[in-house]
Write a protein that binds this ligand. Structure first.
Ligand SMILES: *Cc1c(COP(=O)(O)O)cnc(C)c1O
Length: 377
């Protein structure tokens, strides 16, 4: 059996090596390392894939979120509502810009922001909502967009974990996650569902004026070289990464199917187990399984994590500390939040290996090891 990894980038690369290597050589031969044709080509292909009118490539997913917030032109102290149960980048950029992150509860089934908690947290200073499509499961965008409209708020989708997922509205309209809100942000970190071989990210919007601002902010606030109208930053997707992404974007749907097949295997193995809750699959979207995350009841979760390691089966806790309990937010009152569901989940979640290269032998080894521990403890 091949060694089991959380994400098997090597095996995946082996299968696309000739295509990737020639795309990289092409960039090397052209020496167009910055804003080369590979970047233009990728941006157009991603716009066609997502249905987003404008795609602005940038250096990473954290920058994508930061630039999105900068484009909204908010004032210090303005409030931005985010879930606490997320990767730190979602909330960190809010604080970095001297805005106030307001942490709200997630739905224990979807792991995504709870619309009722979101609406209850709105104050006259609230300006934006950042829902996260956590683990590849779309957040309830219909409810979120309705609340945003009612209160005049911007919505920035953190789509770092869900590129390729879609959302079906009650009237039947289907949209890709990241192209629903005011602005979408995603990451091409190597382990993401569409990962490059370094850092990368992108911002999405259908709004022409916002697109102009986003492009300028990512490029030192200029639209004409050396004339800087806005305070911006320097955030680019380089041509080598775009070349890799051009190859991988064509395979994204196939990769999603491979992830879903692995998820189906796990679902069957753990079906109806009294101590194991498998990921909820909302009927309004297609789950793209960036992570396959179980919720355990009456099991020593950390004990399972250690037991699996002794069997060379990796597992991870995403995330061991929710945002509101991070030390970086202690001084601004993070600890004063009462987020019982978030704390409850934080103690019970465990993510199993999830990637495009898992075979049945590996899936059997992983699931039988989990069951061995859970059934005897
Ligand atoms: C990975 C990730 C990010 C940040 O992306 P980087 O490219 O690592 O900066 C932001 N939000 C979520 C939910 C993520 O998973």
């Amino acid at each position: 059996m091949r060694p089991i990894q959380m994400v098997d980038l090597k095996q995946q690369y082996t299968k696309i090596k000739s295509e990737v290597d020639s795309a990289i050589s092409e960039v090397l031969d052209s020496v167009a390392f910055i804003n080369g044709p590979a970047v233009t080509q990728f941006t157009a292909a991603l716009s066609a894939y997502t249905g987003s009118k404008h795609v602005i490539p940038c250096a990473n997913g954290t920058d994508a979120l930061q630039i999105a917030l900068m484009a909204l032109d908010l004032q210090p102290g303005d409030e931005v509502i985010t879930p606490s149960f997320t990767y730190i980048a979602t909330t960190e950029v809010v604080a970095l810009l001297r805005l106030k992150p307001v942490f709200v509860e997630v739905d224990p089934k979807t792991f995504c922001i709870d619309p009722a908690a979101l609406e209850a947290a709105i104050t006259p200073r609230t300006k934006a909502i950042v829902p996260v499509h956590l683990y590849g499961q779309a957040a309830p965008m219909k409810e979120i967009m309705d609340i945003a409209k009612k209160h005049g708020l911007a919505v920035i989708e953190d789509n770092a974990q869900a590129i390729g997922s879609d959302y079906t509205f009650p009237d039947g309209t289907k949209k890709k996650t990241g192209s629903i809100g005011t602005i979408g942000a995603t990451s091409f970190f190597p382990s993401k569902n569409l990962g490059c071989y370094g850092d990368g990210g992108a911002i999405f919007t259908d709004d022409d004026a916002l697109a102009t601002r986003l492009k300028m902010i990512a490029n030192h606030g200029q639209s004409r070289r050396y004339y800087h109208e806005l305070v911006g930053c320097n955030s680019r997707l380089d041509s080598l990464q775009a070349a890799v992404l051009n190859v991988k974007l064509k395979k994204l749907d196939e990769y999603i199917l491979a992830r879903q097949a692995a998820a189906d295997y796990y679902d069957n193995a753990f079906r109806n187990h009294p101590k194991i809750t498998t990921p909820y699959r909302a009927s309004y979207s297609r789950h793209v399984f960036h992570q396959y995350t179980l919720v355990l009841e009456g099991v020593d979760r950390n004990g399972l994590n250690e037991f699996l390691a002794t069997k060379s089966v990796p597992s991870m806790i995403y995330y061991p500390v929710p945002a509101h309990r991070q030390q970086m937010f202690a001084a601004s009152g993070g600890n004063s939040y009462q987020l019982a569901t978030t704390d409850w989940l934080t103690e019970r979640v465990i993510s199993l290996p999830m990637h495009t290269e898992l075979d049945d032998e590996q899936l059997h080894m992983i699931s039988s090891s989990v069951l061995e521990y859970v059934n005897k403890n």
